[in-house]
Design a protein around this ligand. Sequence first.
Ligand code: AVJ
Ligand code: FE
Length: 417
Amino acid sequence: MIDPEVYYTRPIALRNPIVFYEGHLPAFSVIALIKRGLGRPGVDDRMEKLFERGIDPDSVDAAVPRSGADTLWPSRDAVLDYGARVDAAIVDALSTAAFDLVGTTHRAMRQGEAIFTALEHEAMHQETLLYMWHRLPFARKIAPAAPRYELGPVPAPARVEIPAGTATLGAARDAIPFGWDNEFGEQRVSVAAFAIDVHSVTNAAFLEFIDAGGYSNRDLWSESGWAWIREERVSHPAFWMHDGGRWYWRGMFEAVPLPESWPVYVSSDEAAAFARWRGCRLPTEAEYHRAAFGTPSGAEREFPWGNEPPDASRGNFDFASWEPVPAGARPAGTSAWGVHDLVGNGWEWTSSLFGPLPGFEPMTSYPEYSAEFFDGQHDVMKGASPATARDLVRRSFRNWFRPNYPYVYAKFRTAAS
Ligand code: AVJ
Ligand code: FE
């Protein structure tokens, strides 16, 4: 899909170049499954060191040099050859490992942990790669088929009142086949009554914020949010482009005259500024759970629509589309309260800082996964985007980014007490 010429470029300055990810997926599987899971030697020490970890700096001009800045990356053939060697080693491990040791000597293999870790990590980076490729110039990409967009009317704004009740965050350790460490344990939270938007905030609504001078009104922004938009001269969503006096959506393959009914993709800082402009706020993680999984009877569901497994009728996820679809276009995914698009069509920003649930324990196959990010500098996102694999669509799944990260497929809605 992409021009080989961009293989060593960084479509997002904060992240590693594309070549890193092609080596990172196999290297990660070796480290999590073969080394930590099964206690066997790795496949290629040099490659496993080079491709072990990504980065999460808070700014491009941080004093610390960007990871990989002075790395001489291997040729693509060498990376692909490494991938093939890893595939063979993984197949061999799965066919011959002494899985009866699970739970005693091989703690990272409890309930197959390290296998799921490798599989879900790859699914996550498929999303990373797609939103990175979204930033590449159109001329560097080949559309697999003529792109088609779903357009539709802007839904009428509406709010729903959700009465006070209980939300269950996380999951009990044995309740799900696999979860990342930050999904455990289970926590019941009392949520006061609140009101929440039935639909995600659309491009049309966000345009009003821009036209009202939202990006130059200091009062609407947090201190760090204001510093970010000033320093990086941010004056519109990263998914928008301005040309000849008109706004366009930066699609994967071409610019699309701004589709008013699509949810706006923004950073948490931009979402919070919009909410303040509207005289309200973002929902908390617990409020998101209540809106998505709660019901008037008090029982909680696995998914907004009920307990049936996710499919394409319920939401725009699992690579169903390169772009968003209009807000409210998947009514079969509506929650018990009539709230649309809580899972799919873009992650949902919450106002909650990423932190551990009670009983948190770093996972053995990847102890760095969450713990390093419990630093008060990351906001929780819930739900799913068009580029989120169906395997990751589950109630307890939690995603997180810095509040000024504008590149991920993330939307929002507003709430009020
Ligand atoms: C959980 C999506 C924030 O993309 O940085 C991938 C996931 N961690 N490899 C990221 C992750 C290590 C992470 N997010
Ligand atoms: Fe990774």
